[in-house]
Design a protein. Structure first.
Length: 367
């Protein structure tokens, strides 16, 4: 696996490989833009059709070739040779937040799934990251222009993502892991039904007698967290129970203790928590177990992702398995498939499953 480092050499961006209108012996030659206009397609689609790209449907290809013949269009073979130098490498784009990437096995399992599928198909993967959005976008430029990479998988979904905007500018294929914020019908993606997963997590606690259930999150602007919260709220509403929210990252033990003291001062009867992911649930568990007063109460916890650390917790953590390796596998399958550009996008929803361990206790239901 190759990794595009944070520091990359400056390059000239290559946005178009086809010639603009040029003079040859005093005669104005037709350009790829002229062909595209006559065929009623974009210049990039016309270029791909002329190069025999498999992602262009036969009717579209025939329409472009007919327009080229009518205009006596002659391709620039130097440009064509460069254009057909497309790599068999899939670019895998990581989010900017490095701390989350390398402390959360969720991302590593997705990458493993992508690599396994790509290896079976004779393709390679290259990781792109950066310490800022600007640097990440620059590295994407490098991968496209120098590495000739034309297909990408984003391991995240983000609102107003500059990476997505840059990929659109280059007119390359990309697949998102996570529900897209915009153009959901035009974007291929792989995801779980996170609203239903949040519903199942909260209902599992209700079925074990809990009536005062806290929802632990870090950033509700992230769709995966807000969707899981919507599922939690659905169960609370159906059972006429209160929504009890706690937003805390537990970046330090002292900060976590302070936040929980404030939380329990306002919500002394809480007996259980739904945490948006296992790592957050485990941080909560650690803070609770280090305080004698909280430890004796034996709070019930349920997380998401069924991470490798769930079995190491004490007690072992009940979790909603969302199968990140399969998310990666399905994303790679979409990325490697031949999809005509005039077809609708592909969406795959990977089922989730409750993995029952020992962190949820049956209690006598409170009124």
């Amino acid at each position: 696996m190759q990794i595009y480092a944070i520091a990359c050499n400056n390059i000239e961006n290559v946005l178009y490989l086809e010639r603009e209108t040029e003079q040859n012996g005093g005669i104005m030659m037709a350009t790829i833009k002229d062909v595209a206009q006559r065929a009623g397609v974009s210049p990039s689609t016309a270029s791909r059709a002329m190069h025999g790209s498999k992602i262009i449907s036969k009717p579209t290809r025939d329409k472009v070739i007919k327009a080229a013949r009518e205009l006596n269009y002659a391709p620039d073979f130097n440009a064509q040779n460069l254009a057909t130098k497309a790599s068999n490498t899939i670019g895998v784009v990581l989010p900017v937040d490095h701390h989350e990437i390398f402390s959360n096995p969720f991302f590593l399992e997705m990458i493993r799934g992508i690599n396994e599928v790509c290896s079976k198909h004779g393709s390679m993967t290259t990781l792109a990251t950066g310490i800022s959005s600007e640097e990440l976008v620059h590295n994407i430029d490098v991968m496209i222009a120098q590495g000739h990479i034309r297909t990408f998988i984003l391991l995240y979904s983000e609102k107003d993502d500059p990476v997505v905007e840059r990929l659109k500018q280059f007119d390359v294929q990309y697949v998102v892991i996570g529900k897209p914020y915009q153009e959901i019908n035009k974007t291929s993606y792989v995801d779980n039904d996170n609203v239903q997963a949040g519903t199942d997590a909260a209902q599992y606690l209700v079925d074990h007698g809990h009536r005062r259930i806290g929802f632990l999150c870090t950033d509700l602007s992230r769709m995966v967290q807000s969707d899981r919260m919507l599922g939690y709220q659905r169960v609370m509403m159906q059972n006429q129970l209160p929504n009890i929210m706690l937003s805390e990252r537990f970046e330090t033990h002292a900060a976590g203790v302070k936040a929980l003291h404030q939380f329990f001062d306002q919500n002394p009867d809480v007996t259980a928590f739904v945490a948006v992911d296992d790592m957050l649930a485990l941080k909560l568990q650690q803070v609770l177990h280090n305080d004698p007063d909280w430890k004796v109460k034996q709070f019930s916890l349920i997380g998401f992702n069924n991470s490798i650390f769930s079995d190491l917790a004490h007690p072992m953590l009940t979790s909603i398995a969302v199968f990140p390796q399969r998310l990666g596998e399905e994303a790679a399958k979409i990325a490697l498939a031949d999809h005509p550009t005039d077809e609708l996008s592909t969406a795959v929803i990977v089922p989730h499953q409750i993995v029952r361990r020992h962190s949820v206790h049956q209690i006598k239901a409170l009124p």
